[in-house]
Design a protein around this ligand. Structure first.
Ligand code: GAL
Length: 420
């Protein structure tokens, strides 16, 4: 090759490498125009609600690519573990789903999260959210998440047609529940549907039984050491749960909460105890034949949880992240999200006429009921305790060993430093 040609080839190659490096830099992680949002919302209703909020964000920031990072699994069973690894490995999503309450402790907030206090002030959020929620959101004197909703855990969903056909009414206490269950079973209908596939659902159901049997204060005391886990009322709640399982579908360990709810849609099952994301799920399926009532003995008590969005320290897209949180905390964002999600707004100024009958009733109850924190969904206890609690209940659903379950629950309280 002549010398001039060679020189030209070298110059071109150098330029190419430089161009490639430049391209790599601009598509690399820093300085990209993306927003990575991480959640476990993949089910019908949940995904719809999230998309409705994304639509608002995309309209306001059309040049930002929204990366919808999801890890399926109800209650965040799988998502939380993957997220922890990403945070500690230095590869955080910009924003992620976090329950309001003690769950935040598992992410070592001072190390991995951004405190959101100044956003709260600039957006007026300390006044936009109700007091009960504000106190749940503050951990070590800082805000770590922007709440998008309030969910209720203690709802008994039922198939209205099945109830009408068999002349039964929603039970208000556990004696009535078992009478209804007996009637339905005799007719070949599965009285209670439950799915425990993801490991948290038995814990969810049992917490609502505890709330009813112990009352609001008694239940709250279980997580603060005021109520002993050896209390005879805990035994009673375990006995009730054991008896409930004898009226449940036998394939429960293979089903998710959505699969279980499908029994109601198909008219094969009569009752399902689950949080009100079920309302969003039914709606997404076009199913309207469902009724609702508080879980027996919990009328006047609202077993609450709230989904919030946190900001990761070292987020790659800081400005996009802040704009996202502003949408999540806004009236417009929450009015788009919640009617589809099956939850009520965290804000107090949403327009009730946008919500269906169930959600309107939840709004009214939230305003007057005694509020208790859900343990299965991050509000009542540190994650370590909540996870072990769910494990004990998941085993108990199958073994029915009351004494062993109660001893294990008591031991967990001790292991977590709350009981002596
Ligand atoms: C909860 C979460 C709800 C819903 C539910 C079922 O933990 O707060 O928003 O996703 O799990 O997956």
């Amino acid at each position: 090759m002549p010398r001039r040609m060679r020189t030209l080839t070298i110059i071109v190659s150098v330029l190419c490498v430089a161009a490639m490096l430049l391209a790599a830099c601009s598509t690399g992680t820093k300085g990209t125009n993306k927003l990575e949002m991480y959640s476990w919302w993949t089910a019908g209703g949940e995904a719809d609600g999230l998309n409705a909020m994304y639509d608002i964000y995309k309209k306001a920031y059309p040049n930002v690519e929204v990366v919808n990072a999801t890890v399926a699994g109800g209650a965040g069973t799988n998502a939380k573990a993957v997220l922890s690894t990403r945070l500690t490995g230095g590869d955080p999503p910009d924003s992620f789903q976090l329950h309001a309450g003690l769950e935040v402790e598992m992410y070592q907030p001072d190390k991995y999260l951004q405190p959101l206090d100044s956003l709260y002030t600039s957006q007026g959020w300390d006044k936009a959210f109700p007091k009960d929620l504000i106190s749940l959101l503050k951990y070590q004197d800082h805000f770590w998440g922007v709440p998008v909703n309030i969910h209720r855990a203690n709802v008994l969903w039922y198939n209205k047609q099945v109830f009408a056909d068999n002349g039964v009414n929603p039970p208000t206490n556990w004696d009535e529940f078992f009478t209804v269950a007996e009637t339905l079973q005799a007719k070949g209908i599965v009285p209670l549907v439950i799915g425990t596939k993801e490991g948290w659902e038995a814990g969810h159901t049992f917490e609502t039984v505890l709330v009813g049997v112990l009352g609001a204060e008694g239940y709250k005391g279980l997580w603060t050491g005021q109520t002993a886990w050896t209390d005879p009322k805990v035994t009673e709640a375990l006995e009730i749960f054991k008896k409930m399982m004898s009226y449940a579908n036998t394939d429960y360990s293979a089903l998710t909460w959505g699969d279980a709810a499908q029994y109601l849609v198909d008219g094969k099952g009569a009752m399902h105890i689950m949080g009100d994301w079920t309302d969003g799920w039914f709606t997404s399926k076009g199913f309207t034949g469902y009724g609702w009532a508080p879980v027996p003995q919990t009328k006047g008590i609202f077993d609450a949880l709230s989904d919030s969005f946190a900001a990761a320290k070292g987020a790659k897209n800081q400005e996009n992240l802040e704009n996202w949180l502003k949408v999540a905390g806004s009236k417009e964002g929450q009015e788009a999200f919640n009617p589809k999600k099956g939850s009520i707004c965290a804000r107090t100024d949403c327009n009730p006429s946008l919500f269906n009958e169930y959600l309107k009733s939840a709004m009214q109850d939230w305003a007057v009921d005694a509020i208790v924190p859900s343990v299965a969904h991050g509000a009542a206890a540190f994650e370590k305790w909540a996870t072990s609690y769910k494990d004990v209940l998941n085993t108990f659903a199958t073994t029915g060993d009351v004494a062993a379950a109660q001893a294990a629950l008591d031991q967990l309280c001790k292991d977590n430093g709350v009981c002596k």
